[in-house]
Each structure stands twice: as C-alpha cells, then as structure tokens.
Design a protein around this ligand. Sequence first.
Ligand SMILES: CC(C)(COP(=O)(O)OP(=O)(O)OC[C@H]1O[C@@H](n2cnc3c(N)ncnc32)[C@H](O)[C@@H]1OP(=O)(O)O)[C@@H](O)C(=O)NCCC(=O)NCCS
Length: 126
Amino acid sequence: MDAVVFSAGTDGLRSDDLLGFFVGWPNPPSPDERLEIVRSADEVVVCTTADGLVVGFATAITDRRFAAYIPLVEVLPGHQGRGIGGQMVTALLERLRSCYMIDLVCDDDVVPFYERLGGTRLNAVA
Ligand SMILES: CC(C)(COP(=O)(O)OP(=O)(O)OC[C@H]1O[C@@H](n2cnc3c(N)ncnc32)[C@H](O)[C@@H]1OP(=O)(O)O)[C@@H](O)C(=O)NCCC(=O)NCCS
C-alpha cells in the first residue's frame, strides 16, 4: 500500500478532495456541501497519500464529555480493504475517549467491521 498519513482537522481540505466519495448514495451532497459537512464536524480524521490524494475521512459530532455520534466513515473505493477505514475509526475513537457513549448507524454488512474495532450491535431507532 502507498504510504498514507492520518491527520486530525480539515486544514487545507478542498471540496475537490471529496469528489470520489459518497458512492452509491441516492442523493449525495454536492462537493461544496461535503466540505461544509466535514468542516462542521466536531472531530475529523483525514487520510492522505504521500502525493496529497485524500483517500479517506471520518467525522464525529460530540459534546466531548458524554455522547458522540459518528456519521461518516468513507474510504475511496480503490483504497478500501487496506486498513485505512479501521485506522481512521481507531484514531477517531482515541479522540473521543472521554465520551461515555459513541454511536453510529450502519448497514448490516458493515457491522463485522465495527465489531472488530470493539463495537457492539445494539438497537437503534432512526
Ligand atoms: C466501510 C469502510 C469505511 C471500511 O474501510 P476499509 O478501509 O475498507 O476497511 P479496512 O481495510 O480497515 O477493513 C476491511 C475489512 O472491513 C470489512 N468490511 C468493510 N466494508 C465492508 C462491507 N461493505 N461489507 C462487508 N465487510 C466489510 C471487511 O471484513 C474487510 O476485511 P477484509 O479486508 O478481510 O475483507 C469502507 O469500505 C467504505 O468507505 N465503504 C463505503 C462507505 C461505508 O459503507 N461507510 C460506512 C458507513 S457507517
């Protein structure tokens, strides 16, 4: 795998960097909306290759004390299955370690990915 760097925050992130994500979404946000969504998050982890390609990002909304919600974990399709998603979630969880509860909602097929990172399948109402 190409060398990648994990960083916190959105310094230098541009809307064009987020073009290849949100694959398969019925109504994906526009590139400018994507940037606004990521910049508005309380915690962000971005994964970038040595030549500056953004290959993944993960966000959290949190009060930093009690609750956190992880709305977005996205890896570029061509870079999936190389450990990037797992490392981004691990970095995000470390930044949220003061929280009592950290939740996310995902499709059934992704549950094992989060269980391997310590998650537990519970019930949710959406
Ligand atoms: C889910 C996602 C973030 C995982 O990132 P990743 O970099 O591919 O994950 P890792 O390489 O750290 O881990 C890969 C493991 O996760 C599991 N996994 C990931 N996505 C999966 C999926 N859609 N279905 C089944 N298993 C999946 C696999 O077991 C895989 O293990 P393997 O490599 O032995 O097959 C990434 O696939 C992605 O961006 N998917 C599209 C967006 C999405 O579904 N995000 C989650 C929303 S909550």
